[in-house]
Design a protein around this ligand. Structure first.
Ligand SMILES: Cc1cc2nc3c(=O)[nH]c(=O)nc-3n(C[C@H](O)[C@H](O)[C@H](O)COP(=O)(O)OP(=O)(O)OC[C@H]3O[C@@H](n4cnc5c(N)ncnc54)[C@H](O)[C@@H]3O)c2cc1C
Length: 407
């Protein structure tokens, strides 16, 4: 696979880097300190054409590739993690799911909101249904032409700022028979019965609200059900597989934060002197820097390859194996790289006057959200072993029964 970048990709990358330095970097510390969603950056991202880039041209987007979104995400992540997450969520994830399986009406609705800067919220996790997502209890009951949704989700990114919500719920027909798990689109403010009931006190990524959502008789028209080809019964796995693009995006945020931290550590190693010479002359630090660069390059290559890949049957989404491996590697090594960068700064690295401590808090999330590193390993191993497993967050349930489920 040729991983070199085209002229157009290099130009986009340079434009994103200039935006990140001019708009995102100067705001990053305040976004963290004030714990405020950066609406000014959202407006600037939309005006610069960095939101909804992957939406097809006929819907008002630019028809750009996932690799384009990855290149922009990486540059933003070097400067401000929250900004880079906005780029991911407006180009990959819930929006990709709607573009793949939505009706024309749903696609038009989502495209309009997202191109203007709305970061869609994807609502799966519940207090008793985390990695085991299919244990969710939120339910959608069919009543004529509408579905009535009741339940509670937590740790939903964008709670209180997102307009478009993709809500997952167990679906029941009018006789109370369960049909499977479905995805429903609702727009906050227009939809009565959707309330933000708590904001999580997060360790990092503090400018991006994580919250609890409560649905009380939330009415969603049947026309707002996002229906994958196999319907409700196997639909959850298809909807979640569409999520492989988000996984590549999340891994890229982690990799970009690590790249930003390494840039700073490298500069410091050249200029900080102890024992009469730059600390970069000590082999102990040289080997640290070399390891950091090696891990970073591996993550970047894996993410680019995953972004360019196609899932089984020429799917519109990245290959699940490559996406999972790239996210595991990028997230785990980014935590180590940022931590080592902080170490190279000595006491200064531990100060809130420098961005390293913020980056260390931010990057810690990426082995958890969007499928934990452990659950993604289960996905990778199950594919290696050739076992087809029941549905869960990774598309596969890590249950003892998995051997029985082998095809
Ligand atoms: C910042 C952030 C943003 C998030 N955003 C969203 C969002 O927008 N929408 C949404 O729906 N959710 C979101 N989540 C929730 C996230 O997807 C879940 O936290 C994640 O799936 C894990 O669920 P859990 O936290 O309940 O952990 P649990 O499932 O309880 O897991 C606890 C630990 O056990 C391990 N574990 C569990 N099962 C297994 C197994 N079978 N084998 C090995 N290890 C296992 C896990 O890896 C983990 O280490 C977000 C989380 C965070 C931190």
């Amino acid at each position: 696979m040729d991983l070199s970048l085209s002229k157009d990709e290099l130009e986009l990358q340079a434009r994103a880097r200039a935006f990140a330095d001019r708009v995102a970097r100067p705001r990053a510390a305040a976004v963290d300190r004030d714990e405020q969603y950066p609406w000014d950056i959202v407006t600037a991202l939309a005006e610069a054409g960095f939101t909804g880039m992957t939406i097809p041209k006929e819907l008002g987007g630019q028809g750009r590739s996932f690799l384009d979104a990855v290149l922009v995400t990486e540059e933003m992540a070097k400067a401000c993690t929250v900004t880079s997450r906005i780029v991911v969520e407006t180009n990959m994830g819930a929006i990709s799911t709607v573009m793949a399986y939505g009706t024309d009406e749903q696609k038009r609705l989502a495209a309009k909101l997202v191109i203007a800067g709305d970061k869609p919220a994807i609502c799966i996790t519940e207090p008793d249904a985390g990695s085991d997502a299919t244990a969710m209890t939120t339910r959608a009951d069919k009543r004529g032409d509408i579905f009535v949704i009741n339940g509670r989700k937590h740790w939903i990114t964008g709670a209180g700022v997102s307009k478009l919500h993709l809500i997952f719920a167990r679906v029941f027909d009018e006789r109370g028979k369960e049909l499977g798990i479905g995805g429903f689109l609702a727009v906050r403010d227009e939809a009565k019965g959707l309330r933000v009931t708590k904001r999580e006190k997060t360790m990092g990524l503090r400018g991006m609200p994580e919250g609890e959502l409560t649905f009380e008789n939330l009415e969603v028209p049947a026309s707002m059900v996002v229906m994958p080809p196999s319907g409700f019964r196997r639909g959850f796995a298809e909807l979640m597989n569409a999520y492989n693009s988000q996984r590549v995006g999340a891994g890229t945020v982690a990799m970009g934060v690590a790249a930003g931290a390494l840039d700073q550590a490298l500069e410091w190693a050249k200029t900080r002197e102890q024992f009469g010479r730059p600390i970069g002359e000590f082999q102990g630090l040289q080997w640290m820097l070399a390891d950091m660069q090696t891990q970073l390059t591996a993550s970047r290559l894996m993410l680019y390859a995953a972004a360019r890949s196609r899932g089984p049957g020429g799917s519109a989404f990245p290959d699940p194996m490559l996406a999972a491996q790239a996210k595991i590697h990028a997230a785990e090594t980014a935590i180590k790289i940022v931590n080592d960068a902080l170490q190279i700064f000595g006491a200064r690295g531990y100060s809130r006057d420098l961005p390293l401590e913020r980056m260390a808090r931010d990057v810690r999330m990426f082995t958890i959200g969007g499928g934990t590193a452990q659950v993604l390993r289960t996905l990778v191993a199950s594919k290696m072993l050739g076992w087809k497993l029941p549905q869960t967050r990774g598309g596969y349930a890590p249950k003892p029964s998995m051997r029985d489920a082998a095809e």
